[in-house]
Design a protein around this ligand. Structure first.
Ligand code: HEM
Length: 471
């Protein structure tokens, strides 16, 4: 008898099925050759993750891998496995995860944040009667796309321009199509794919993605060559480093950088969307954040990485958002190398563990008042008092296969939130209703998030102007 190993613990709306989690006994079921076990307690998730071998596997990503094999493209960190995966990570990790390298991307990201703030200000004026910004998630998608491209490819794509350049628009569209078609493709046996119209569309979307990425890499190679010819210093962020370090072929770099881009857009934009949605509903939390930001960065000072280090409340707000809305609500591990013991059961090789992070994030025993947005629980003093189970909320995963973009994603979120809150006071759409989460692979807002953005400077100046105070 298995204990606390459950089967299906949340609906397609991301809500828990009542009574079907913790201490329930469901499953295991079968998925192709794999035995599937759903794990929905912090202790058991910890057991699975602590027993992962040297080369952890989430899923085999057959559909993505098949495209790469078809076109002789290289696999990246998402699709590679075994020792080859380990090699890729060892090359990609330092410039993505080491604080000293990540903090050097702050200027680049801040330029993108400036464009975002200008864009929402423009949207308010031209389309929102001076106050509303509709579909913030859509706008944040463009921000995240631009942000990650500016770090990875060291190029601006113009996602926040009006209109968006045609090539960029088609690039964004192809990413969307590829993600839309992915779950359709896997519904059918691989042998039937070549005869299916959606497979052709899937391949065409990947072709365009790789073509644009290839052009960007090629452009960078030419730029570097020009500088070398002129004996100039070659400086850059991620791509330049990979190209100069000579540890990967150009095809390998292309495969990896494309997958980093794919992993880094919806995740970040959805998290920021949820965060803004909550801040708009919580004026006190918003005010406390505003006070923290202006005390570290008064006047027009733009925050640096070091400044962010002095903003614990900002970090706690993002952390709490990730607990309430883990964009990766369920994560997988397949045992390929060895049998493992979970609970009081020995599981054979080829068991797929579905780690139900969403369910565990709402466990009242770990997070009292689990449905309430309480950033304080992540502040150092409070944490010591109530010592959360370390696997109660692991939004970026755990161990050697954990998120590669975590530090960059955090930097993007911190810089955007701190600067946005300095400019605007957020409040809910007066005509709006509750926005629920839905799982579309990732946890997304089920309906658009529309918010009111009140310009703080104008709000301060208006009453003074009304009282006849000269500025
Ligand atoms: C709020 C933003 C993000 C969240 C919550 C998030 C979360 C995750 C999670 C849960 C995983 C799986 C980890 C595991 O299996 O243990 C993952 C993997 C990954 N993430 Fe992120 N991610 C975010 C942003 C990003 C960004 C911005 C990038 C790219 C710069 C990125 C790149 C990746 C890659 C490449 C992997 C696969 C790593 C591997 O298999 O070796 N992520 N992410």
């Amino acid at each position: 008898m298995m204990k606390r190993i459950v089967y299906l613990n949340y609906t397609s709306h991301g809500e828990l099925l009542p009574g079907v989690y913790l201490n329930a006994t469901y499953g295991p079921s079968k998925y192709g050759p794999l035995v599937v076990v759903n794990v929905a307690s912090a202790e058991l998730i910890e057991q699975v993750l602590r027993q992962e071998g040297r080369h952890p596997v989430r899923t085999d990503m057959t559909h993505w891998r098949t495209y790469r094999d078809l076109r002789n493209q290289a696999h990246g960190p998402l699709t590679e496995m075994g020792a080859k995966w380990q090699r890729i990570r060892s090359i990609l990790n330092p410039r993505m995860l080491k604080p000293k390298h990540v903090s050097s991307y702050a200027n680049t990201i801040n330029e993108v944040v400036t464009d975002f703030i200008n864009r929402v200000a423009w949207l308010r004026e031209t389309r929102g009667q001076g106050v509303m910004v509709n579909d913030l998630t859509g706008e944040l998608y463009k921000f995240a796309f631009e942000g990650i491209c500016s770090v990875l490819f060291e190029t601006r794509m113009g996602c926040m321009n009006e209109p968006v350049p045609e090539k960029t628009q088609k690039f964004i569209f192809s990413v969307g199509e590829m993600f839309r078609l992915s779950p359709v493709v896997v519904l059918f046996p691989k042998s039937t794919w070549p005869y299916m119209p959606f497979w052709k569309q899937f391949v065409a979307s990947w072709d365009y993605l790789f073509k644009v990425a290839e052009d960007l890499v090629q452009k960078k190679i030419e730029e570097i060559q020009e500088k070398v010819d002129l004996d100039e210093n070659v400086e850059g962020a991620y791509l330049t480093h990979l190209l100069l370090s000579d540890q990967m072929t150009v095809t390998e770099i292309l495969g990896s950088i494309t997958e980093l881009l794919l992993a880094g857009v919806d995740t970040t934009s959805n998290t920021i969307s949820w965060c803004l949605y909550h801040l708009a509903k919580e004026p006190q939390i918003q005010e406390q954040l505003y006070q923290e930001v202006i005390s570290v960065c008064p006047g027009d000072k733009v925050p640096t990485s070091d400044d962010i280090g002095q903003m614990p409340y900002l970090k706690a707000i993002v952390r709490e958002t990730l607990r309430l809305y883990p964009v990766v609500p369920g994560n997988a591990r397949v045992t390929v190398e060895n049998e493992i013991v979970v609970g009081d059961h020995l599981f054979p090789k080829k068991t797929l563990f579905h780690l139900c992070h969403y369910a565990v994030s709402y466990d009242e025993n770990i997070f009292p008042n689990a449905h309430t947005f309480l950033p304080e629980r992540w502040l150092r003093g409070a944490e010591e008092k109530s010592k959360h189970h370390p696997f109660g909320s692991v939004p970026f995963g755990f161990g050697i296969r954990a998120c590669l973009g975590r530090r960059v994603a955090e930097l993007e979120m911190y810089l955007l939130l701190s600067r946005l809150i300095k400019h605007f006071e957020l409040s809910p759409d007066p005509a709006g209703t509750t926005v629920k989460p839905i799982t579309r692979t990732l946890l997304c807002p089920a309906t658009p998030i529309n918010l009111q953005l009140v310009d703080r400077r104008a709000a301060r100046e208006e009453p003074r102007a009304a009282a006849g105070v000269s500025l």
